[in-house]
Design a protein around this ligand. Structure first.
Ligand code: FAD
Length: 412
């Protein structure tokens, strides 16, 4: 069996590692001619980290990531609403890591090349579509730089791991139309500075209507400073197409955060000293009813693009990768294996896509905002009970499949 993996992001690389572990040959075809660091952070929770540890990547990840120890939620006045431990500090058997994306990608890519060989990743190959018959698949490419056609790749199975703007998804769902915009714009960046709070806190501050900030450290430096990732979310009526590398302007959103100088973090200073500013709209797509078409299927953002809330898009691509590889090993007929993969993963991820729209973890801040009318509170317990806050936090974990019981149920 040979599998063509289209796209070398988190989903494609982890799929290659799992297929290799199952003894299934594969090759990744990636459109970019060269991988360049994307300077934003990513959180991986224990449900995803568990899989990467099982793939033998634990030491590599621990060397580059910041092991988070708590989640914190603040209102726009800098008052703590709720905090809870995370990862091993909360009783999970695996850590929660915050990464610089480039670091996570490098660990995954190095493992693929080390285990499968340098030629397992082919760059500059932009997939333009797939053809198939009962005997196999042909993946068609153009040269990314010149646009010239390249020889097609033959395989038994093709997996479209080609992200939000997936060409494979477009082929099978040609009438899907544009992405669905959630009325929110995101600006992101990284700033080097002194650790804030515990130095390992994944923090959210402020309600959406007044500007929300998500902030966490992604790299520790020898001089005691950290690279701190931030993402500012502001409501907006219009959007331009999502592109990981689109540059943004500080003046378009800093106004929302100018008064947020707290004893635990000076937010305007953090934003002003950012190494760069990137811009990204909050977009997703409605869940589709099919991912698998004969010998071809979708995985990761190509299959279930979701709002980046609750740190789950990349994680779900890792869960997809584990399942599809196991099924391709177990079920001799690849068409049946891809159907079984879809039957398991499609409904689960569709639920997350919809929950990320309606009740993401930020609901904690929004609920308190409503109860206080946006004013500072004197005593939080007069506004909302601890039990209610715990309940909001736990309900998202159940949907996202990262509650402690489900994650720890797996063997250590
Ligand atoms: C602001 C933001 C914050 C996020 N934070 C988190 C988080 O904290 N935790 C989390 O788990 N997730 C997070 N996500 C989501 C996560 O980044 C994605 O879900 C994840 O990157 C999906 O991985 P993927 O491999 O499916 O797609 P991608 O990472 O997009 O990779 C797709 C790859 O396919 C390549 N490609 C595209 N088209 C073609 C083609 N035609 N032919 C060949 N190759 C092609 C691309 O170049 C790319 O390398 C966040 C997303 C955003 C936008």
């Amino acid at each position: 069996m040979h599998v063509a993996i289209i796209g070398g992001g988190i989903g494609g690389l982890v799929t290659a590692l799992y297929l290799h572990r199952e003894g299934i040959g594969c090759r990744i075809y990636e459109s970019v001619p060269e991988f360049k660091p994307l300077g934003v952070g990513i959180n991986l929770f224990p449900h995803a980290i568990r899989r990467l540890y099982e793939l033998g990547l634990g030491d590599g990840l621990a060397a580059v990531g910041v092991e988070a120890n708590e989640f914190t939620w603040f209102n726009q006045h800098g008052q703590l609403i709720y905090s809870e431990p995370c990862g091993r500090h909360a009783g999970y058997n695996w850590p929660h890591f915050s990464f610089h994306r480039a670091d996570l990608h490098s660990v995954l890519l190095a493992a693929v090349k080390h285990r499968l060989g340098d030629d397992a990743v082919v760059l500059g190959h932009k997939c333009s579509g797939v053809d198939q018959d009962e005997r196999g698949v042909k993946v068609k490419f153009t040269d990314t730089a010149s646009g010239a056609p390249l020889p097609a790749a033959a395989a038994d199975v093709a997996i479209g791991c080609d992200g939000f703007h997936s060409a494979v998804r477009r082929q099978f769902h040609p009438d899907e139309g544009p992405a669905q915009f959630g009325g929110i714009n995101l600006w992101r960046g990284v700033t080097r500075g002194k650790p804030f709070l515990t130095g390992a806190s994944v923090t959210r501050c402020g309600p959406l209507k007044d500007g929300k900030l998500v902030v966490y450290a992604v790299r520790n430096h020898d001089d005691g400073t950290q690279t701190i990732n931030w993402a500012a979310e502001v409501q907006k009526g219009s959007w331009t197409e999502n592109d990981w590398n689109k540059h943004g302007r500080l003046e378009d959103f800093i106004g929302y955060f100018e008064r947020r100088r707290f004893d635990w973090l000076d937010i305007p200073d953090l934003l002003q000293r950012s190494e760069f500013v990137l811009e990204y709209p909050m977009v997703d797509r409605d869940p589709v009813d099919r991912w698998s078409f004969g010998r071809v299927t979708l995985l990761g953002d190509a299959a279930h693009p979701m709002y980046p809330r609750g740190g789950n898009g990349g994680a779900q691509s890792i869960l997809d990768a584990e399942l599809i590889s196991g099924l391709l090993k177990k079920i001799p007929d690849p068409v049946a294996a891809l159907k079984a993969y879809e039957a398991d993963r499609l409904p689960k991820t569709a639920k997350i896509v919809l929950t990320n729209r309606s009740t993401p973890p930020d609901t904690i801040i929004e609920t308190v905002e409503e109860l206080t009318g946006g004013k500072p509170f004197k005593r939080l317990e007069d506004v909302i009970s601890r039990e209610k806050l715990v309940q909001i936090s736990e309900s998202y974990k159940q949907v996202a499949a990262w509650d402690i019981a489900s994650v720890n149920r797996a063997a250590v």
